[in-house]
Design a protein around this ligand. Sequence first.
Ligand code: ATP
Length: 339
Amino acid sequence: MSYCAPVAAVRLTSLTKTFDGVMAVDGVSLDIADHDFMILLGPSGCGKSTLLRMIAGLEDPTSGDVAIGDVRVNDVEPKERDVAMVFQSYALYPHKTVQANIEFPLKVRGVAKMERAEEARRAAATLGLTEFLDRKPGQLSGGQRQRVALARAIVRRPAVFCMDEPLSNLDAKLRGETRAELVALHARLASTFVYVTHDQVEAMTMGTHVAVMSRGRLEQVGTPQEVYARPASVFVAQFIGTPPMNVLPVGVVLDRNVLVGIRPEHLELDPSSTVRTTVTLVEHLGHETLVHARLGDTSVVVRLDAIEAAPSVGDDVGLTFPEQHLHLFDPETTRRVDG
Ligand code: ATP
């Protein structure tokens, strides 16, 4: 038997949630295609967890609709929604073996013993857990426990996986490995993934689409490449990319009423430029060098390849802003204005 889930597009329409007058999610409409890997990305408090919890049915919308497939599910209980939720805390049963933990959702459903054992073994194999099936959670590393929690979600064969920062307890190396595993898992399963994170690296490396949120609202939805290459607002421009995009006030770069954005890798040091500045900090990071300078009241960063000669603190340098790399934003709305 293969892991086949039903068609599971998720449609959110004007979804709003307030908590005692605090607006957590503010009129979000979002279409998540069947088998999409949608990342909800934004800073702490932007409402991404609340949005996810409304999809899973753990939070009731104040207004608006949630549909899974073609069915409006506002009034459908979480366990009837065909959604599995994976949190950063794995909530495994400490006295049960890994095998029993993974099987548990099937046991609750009354699946026969042999069948659920087989399903658990298959999910464990998918996540490289076969050799740990007889252990208790306390005998596993954090990353292994996180994978047990994922395996337990997989055996349910949900139409939609809702994941809330599931990797945030893992160290950097394990996080990298588990990111790759999740991408492979998504490719193998026929499920839709909705994944909450504040980590832009997770968003860029795992998502087929990214929904960037700020203050309860959607700022932009697009592929990772689109949100990087054509950010729809100053917020997105500065949230995605490390270091963030330089955004210069009206009049500094162009003689027009626009804010001008340029990524650090596109800003150039140019001895012949008439735009002069003084270097305030040089960071040698091994694979790249970051040169910080001040332009009027604004800090700017230039990213150089490690092999390029870098200036020193206090040096006077010229800057050029290649036209093809400029991003223009409305100073009032801070939304993108160029084509
Ligand atoms: P984080 O990354 O810190 O988890 P988030 O983007 O997931 O943040 P939410 O947890 O969705 O944000 O919270 C959005 C807003 O709603 C915040 O201002 C938060 O304080 C508020 N909020 C969330 N849950 C509740 C609740 N149960 N009662 C009251 N306010 C809440």
